[in-house]
Ligand binder design. Structure first.
Ligand code: MG
Length: 453
C-alpha cells in the first residue's frame, strides 16, 4: 500500500472514520452452511439446531457428493459460544478463460472456452458475527478467477524460460519480465494476493450497506498446472508438513509496531507500541525493565517513563495475545468498522488482508498414497498439535486404502478428536469449544471428481 493511500484512508481527517450520512440499508447477509453440505441433514437457511452437549453433530457432505480431488470435509458447531457456526467453507472447480484488456478499460471475454482448469478449497473463520465469512465464501473464488484471467495469457505461454511475453502481462517491455526472473507461479501468487484484497473491499462495502459488522480469517488452497498454492491470512492452518503459519499479534509484532512507529497518531495517545514482559504499573516508574521495539527481535533495558504505563499495542501471551486489547488475529478479511471499545481507534490499519502464499510443486513432491494436506480452522489446532494430527492421519489412512470415502472419514475422525470423547484416538480428552472445520485434501491421484460452488 502506498503511504498516501494509507494516510487518506486511516489518518485523522480521512473520510473513512468520519460518520457518514445514513443510507438505505441492504438486507442482512443471510446465514447458511456450505453449499456442498446440502442433502447431508444440515439446514442451510436456518440457525443450527439447539446445542445440548450431546447434540452437536459432525457434518460432512452426503455420500456420493464428491468434492474436488475426492477431498474429505467435516465440521462441528461451537459449544454455545455463538448462535451460529461462524466458520464457513467453499470448494469447487476454477475455470480460467481467456481475456483481453481493451482500450476502453473493459474486460472482454474473447473466447468462451476454458484455457486452464484448477481447483479451489477455502476455510473462513468468522468473528463478530457470521456475515464476513459468508461473504468471503460467496466471493473470494470469483475474485480469484478474475485475477487469474487477467494473467492467464502469460501463464499459458510456452516459450522458455517460462516466458511471459503475452500481451496481457507486459505489453511493452517483455524483456524486463525475463530480466526480473518473474515466473508463472509469481503470477498466481500475485493473483491470490490481489484477490484477497479485492474480496476484503467487497466485504467492507457489503457489510456497511447491510449495517453488519465482523471479519474472518481466510485459508485457501488452489491447484493449478501441477502446483498447489496455499494462501493464509489468519490463524487457521494446514498440516502435515506445515505450508502456512498462523498470523497473530505476536507473530506479526514487528510489522504492527513498525506501523505505530511511522503513524503514531493511529494509537491516539491511548496505547504504547513498546512490548514489555508484563503490564507495567505506577510503581514501576523510574525502574529498569526489559522491552522491545519494532526493530528488535531480542530484548533490552529501559527506564520506565509515564508513557510506558499506557496499555500495550500487543498484550498477552499465546492464544490470549490481543491487538489493541481487542483482536486475536493480525491478518484477515473484513473488520473495516471495528474500533477499540469506547474509543475512535480503528483496528483495520493494523490488519493485513494480504495472505502468505506457499507453493507445493507436485511434480517434485511425487506424492505417495497417504500424502494429504489437512486444512483446518483454529478450533482444531487449539487442541491438537501438528504431530498429533500427523499421527492420526498415518494411523488411519494405510488401513483404509480400499474405502473410497476414507478422506471424509478422516476429516470426521479429526473433528471427533477435538471433542474429548473417551473413544477419541488421541486418548487425551482435549475439548474444543470453538467451531471446527476441516478439509483433508489427498495429493496422490489428484484430479478425481469435482463439484461446482
Ligand atoms: Mg475459530
Amino acid at each position: 500500500m502506498s503511504a498516501d493511500w494509507f494516510r487518506r484512508r486511516f489518518l485523522p481527517g480521512s473520510p473513512l472514520p468520519a460518520p457518514r450520512p445514513p443510507r438505505p440499508r441492504a438486507s442482512p447477509v443471510p446465514y447458511r452452511r456450505p453449499r456442498f453440505l446440502r442433502g447431508s441433514g444440515s439446514s442451510p437457511g436456518t440457525a443450527d439446531a439447539p446445542r445440548r452437549p450431546d447434540a452437536r453433530p459432525v457434518r460432512s457432505p452426503a455420500r456420493g457428493r464428491a468434492l474436488p480431488w475426492n477431498a474429505g470435509y467435516a465440521e462441528i458447531i461451537n459449544a454455545e459460544k455463538s448462535e451460529f457456526n461462524e466458520d464457513q467453507a467453499a470448494c469447487g472447480k476454477l475455470c480460467i478463460r481467456r481475456c483481453e484488456f481493451q482500450e476502453d478499460q473493459e474486460w472482454l471475454t474473447l473466447c468462451p472456452e476454458e484455457l486452464l482448469t484448477g481447483h479451489y478449497w477455502a476455510l473462513f473463520d468468522g468473528h463478530g458475527g457470521p456475515a464476513a465469512a459468508i461473504l468471503a465464501a460467496n466471493t473470494l473464488h470469483s475474485c480469484l478467477r478474475r485475477q487469474l484471467e487477467a494473467v492467464v495469457e502469460g501463464m499459458m505461454a510456452t516459450q522458455p524460460p517460462m516466458h511471459l511475453s503475452g500481451h496481457c502481462v507486459c505489453p511493452s517491455d517483455p524483456q524486463f519480465v525475463e530480466e526480473k526472473g518473474i515466473r508463472v507461479e509469481d503470477l498466481v501468487i500475485g493473483a491470490l494476493e490481489s484477490a484477497f484484497q479485492e474480496c476484503d473491499e467487497v466485504i467492507g462495502r457489503e457489510l456497511e450497506a447491510s449495517g453488519q459488522v465482523g471479519g474472518c480469517t481466510a485459508l485457501v488452497a488452489v491447484s493449478l498446472q501441477g502446483k498447489l498454492y496455499v494462501a493464509n491470512a489468519g490463524d487457521s492452518r494446514d498440516e502435515v508438513r506445515p505450508l502456512s503459519s498462523e498470523f497473530t499479534p505476536e507473530t506479526e509484532r514487528q510489522r504492527i509496531q513498525q506501523l505505530a512507529f511511522v503513524y503514531p497518531e493511529l494509537l491516539a495517545g491511548e496505547f504504547t507500541r513498546l512490548e514489555f514482559p508484563r503490564r507495567l504499573k505506577g510503581d514501576d516508574l523510574g525502574q529498569k525493565v526489559l522491552f522491545r521495539d519494532h526493530h528488535m527481535s531480542g530484548w533490552s533495558y529501559k527506564c520506565v517513563e509515564k508513557s510506558d504505563l499506557k496499555y500495550p499495542l500487543i498484550h498477552g501471551q499465546g492464544r490470549q495475545a490481543r491487538l489493541l486489547g481487542t483482536l486475536a488475529v493480525s491478518r484477515g478479511l473484513g473488520d473495516h468498522q471495528l474500533r477499540v471499545l469506547d474509543t475512535n481507534i480503528l483496528l483495520k490499519p493494523f490488519l493485513l488482508s494480504v495472505p502468505q502464499v506457499t507453493v507445493l510443486d507436485m511434480n517434485q513432491l511425487e506424492p505417495q498414497e497417504e500424502d494429504v494436506v489437512v486444512m483446518a480452522t483454529d478450533g482444531l489446532w487449539d487442541v491438537l498439535s501438528n504431530e498429533q494430527v500427523a499421527r492420526l492421519v498415518w494411523s488411519f489412512l494405510p488401513g483404509n486404502r480400499e474405502d473410497p470415502h476414507r478422506f471424509s472419514e478422516l476429516a470426521q475422525m479429526l473433528i471427533h478428536s477435538t471433542q474429548g470423547k473417551d473413544d477419541s484416538p488421541t486418548q487425551e480428552g482435549q475439548v474444543s469449544y470453538d467451531d471446527v472445520s476441516v478439509f483433508v485434501i489427498p495429493l496422490h491421484n489428484q484430479g478425481q471428481g469435482c463439484s461446482s460452488h
